[in-house]
Design a protein around this ligand. Structure first.
Ligand code: NAI
Length: 265
């Protein structure tokens, strides 16, 4: 029970394939008390595995909030502290969406209004979240803030489109805010760069299955599954990683350090 007594806020559980879903389940199993949140539209999703189902299963509150809206975030942070009876020890940002990818726009023909919205949802929301936590002084000392990212931020994967820039921005926010939170609260801020994973966000990318296979073969350990990502997240919320901060941590079976794998030739 490495999270016993810790209080956490988890963004992004859409269905049981979501990485955040698996993180929430494991955090609960490791003894944490949780508040779940997602965009209001996620609360209107039907189907057997939506956020309300998870909230009942884990017996924890689920509060709707659009992560691009400061007023929603502030209300969410207030309510979370009320429900949990104190400040937060950890926060997971597991949010990503590209409107240009959804609309299957080519990278050389992107709509810049859509791009701004994509950056707002996928990257600025992380700064908005951290700034709201900061102003409300809502993090306990030695807490942990984590966001999920992808190696498209460093290398070119043509179908990843504008999400490459969104993730580069997200990772930079982690470093910059990591400084401020570290100095004031000893709070650490990191990003986990995860292998391609079969989720709603993942499957929105063109040719995702082929890409998943390529990445599986390129990585000596194979693609890291969502459940293992959850395990890594839990380790970063635990007291065993208290001096890890301002890092982009690859959780990718070795993909990021490979140049060529003969298996693929
Ligand atoms: P997912 O589709 O299950 O999760 C994305 C979440 O973002 C959803 O729960 C969605 O409701 C939420 N979201 C969208 N707009 C929002 C808004 N305005 N306010 C609040 N929440 C909003 O997919 P997945 O894969 O679990 O994605 C989680 C994170 O992992 C994302 O940051 C994604 O980019 C990242 N990631 C995913 C990989 C993959 O291959 N699936 C690989 C590497 C990183």
């Amino acid at each position: 029970m490495i999270l016993k007594g810790k209080k956490g806020l988890i963004f992004g559980a859409l269905d049981d394939k979501s990485i955040a879903w698996k993180v929430a389940e494991l955090c609960a199993a490791e003894g944490a008390e949780l508040v779940l949140t997602n965009a209001p539209v996620a609360f209107r999703m039907r189907g057997e595995t939506n956020i309300k189902v998870l909230s009942e299963k884990l017996n924890c509150p689920a509060i709707p909030a659009d992560a691009t809206r400061i007023d929603d975030l502030e209300k969410l942070i207030d309510e979370s502290q009320e429900k949990l009876g104190g400040k937060l020890d950890f926060v997971l940002h597991s949010i990503g969406m590209s409107i240009n990818i959804r609309k299957q726009k080519e990278y050389t023909d992107l709509n810049h209004d859509f791009m701004q919205k994509s950056f707002d949802i996928s990257a600025l929301s992380f700064h908005k979240l951290m700034q709201s936590l900061w102003k409300k002084d809502a993090m306990n000392d030695w807490g942990s803030i984590l966001a999920l990212t992808y190696i498209g931020a460093q290398r070119t994967f043509p179908h990843y489109s504008e999400m490459a820039e969104a993730k580069a921005l997200l990772e930079s926010f982690a470093r910059s805010f990591g400084y401020h939170f570290g100095e004031r609260n000893k709070v650490r801020v990191n990003t986990i760069s995860q292998s391609p994973t079969m989720t709603t966000a993942g499957t929105g990318i063109e040719g995702f299955q082929e890409f998943l296979d390529y990445s599986e073969n390129m990585s000596p350990l194979g693609n890291a599954p969502a459940q293992s990502c959850a395990e890594y997240c839990v380790s970063l919320f635990s007291d065993y990683t208290r001096y890890v901060t301002m890092q982009n941590l690859f959780h990718d079976g070795g993909f990021s350090n490979m140049g060529m794998n003969p298996k693929i030739l």
